[in-house]
Design a protein around this ligand. Structure first.
Ligand SMILES: O=C(O)CCC(=O)N[C@@H](CCC(=O)O)C(=O)O
Ligand SMILES: [Zn+2]
Length: 350
């Protein structure tokens, strides 16, 4: 029996695509098969599995996790959903592409192996003069799988991509989403309603292009795409999965129902923030004046020190400027801190 036939039989029996992906860190031969309920399954690579239901569908949905390998809660959520589909316990109504981004980084329990995968999308994987590595090759492949998935779905279908993460630090607003820069296109209430149903009431609106997976799908494929932060990083086995029940139930409904109705849009249900600025680390001696347990969304008074990058000191220039994703250990040239300020809804929302 070939290795591929072997893994197909095992998948049909156990539904454990996560273990299969972790056992094949950077490559898995592709394969296709059909479930008893008529769902077409395509394994494109390690960590990349597509489901197409027999019924007519209207949405092409990408659910990614493990773009950072130590962010385990989203991996567990997706693992459960994939198992339910493979074992015929969940009947899909929509096309879905699940992605475990970086199986080797899951195995080593780290954010990445050589380089942060989420800084390599939108073409940043291939830059003249910079040597390729496993994460760069993986970023390119993931772009291609997403591109192929949306292209085969065809035009005039709803496209969405939820890239699921957890944050390194605790957050005053435990769950939040990053809405990639839309280049002037309007934000969508329907997407905020979906996020709220997931238990995410806090959204940061980016104001510039990025190298992230969610920005790639949004910019290149016009998908409704978000980075979704589902609480704080924990090792496998330490996540209280009851904290993710709303997210799991909403994702289940999204992929298994023809249409899902959400609570009517009410701006008061949300806390929206505009990204005020992004501070990059450019010097070896980069530091924050606050402790490692300072939470995301902690606000600073105007004039307070936010970060020191070599000779440059950054001070809050707006009252209440709040910190997001502070990380002094990033590679030189990369984002070490985002700051945000509250955003009042404008009319650029439909
Ligand atoms: O908590 C942190 O410092 C990082 C959590 C994380 O991985 N966040 C994403 C956000 C991506 C985006 O800006 O859309 C990342 O840093 O890649
Ligand atoms: Zn992450």
């Amino acid at each position: 029996m070939s290795a591929t036939t072997n893994y197909i039989n095992e998948l049909k029996k156990m539904g454990d695509f996560l273990t299969l992906s972790r056992a094949n860190e950077w490559h898995l031969d592709d394969s296709e098969f059909m479930l008893a309920n008529g769902t077409q399954v395509n394994v494109h690579d390690t960590g990349v599995i597509e489901f197409q239901p027999q019924v007519h569908s209207s949405k092409d949905i990408v659910l990614s996790s493990a773009i950072h390998g130590n962010e385990t809660a989203p991996i567990e959520i997706c693992d459960q959903l994939i198992k339910q589909v493979l074992l015929g316990q969940l009947q899909l109504a929509q096309r879905v592409l699940f992605i475990f981004g970086n199986p080797q980084s899951i195995n080593i329990g780290k954010r990445f192996v050589t380089e942060n995968l989420n800084r390599l999308f939108n073409g940043h994987h291939s830059v003249d003069g910079i040597a390729m590595n496993d994460e760069r090759r993986r970023a390119k492949k993931l772009e291609d799988y997403v591109s192929d998935f949306f292209t085969r779905g065809g035009a005039n279908r709803a496209r969405c991509h939820y890239d699921l993460h957890t944050a390194i630090r605790g957050s005053k607003n435990d769950k939040f989403a990053v809405y990639p820069f839309l280049h002037g296109k309007p934000w969508k209430k329907s997407q905020l309603q979906f996020l709220l149903s997931c238990g995410v009431n806090t959204v940061l609106m980016m104001k510039s292009a990025a190298t992230t997976f969610s920005y790639y799908s949004s910019f290149v494929h016009d998908a409704d795409s978000f980075t979704v932060e589902l609480g704080q990083v924990k090792p496998f086995g330490e996540n209280d999965m009851s904290r993710f029940a709303k997210t799991r139930d909403t994702l289940t409904a999204l992929i298994s129902q023809k249409e899902v109705s959400y609570k009517e849009f009410n701006a008061n249900d949300f806390e929206l923030f505009a990204v005020h600025r992004s501070i990059n680390r450019t010097a070896q001696n980069f530091s924050f004046p606050f402790s490692d347990d300072a939470e995301n969304f902690t606000g600073f008074s105007k004039g307070e020190l936010l970060a020191t990058d070599g000779e440059t000191c950054y001070y809050a220039d707006v009252e209440g400027e709040a910190i997001i994703f502070p990380n002094a250990d990033v590679a030189l040239g990369q984002r070490a801190l985002l700051t945000v300020i509250p955003l009042q809804l404008t009319d650029n929302i439909i």
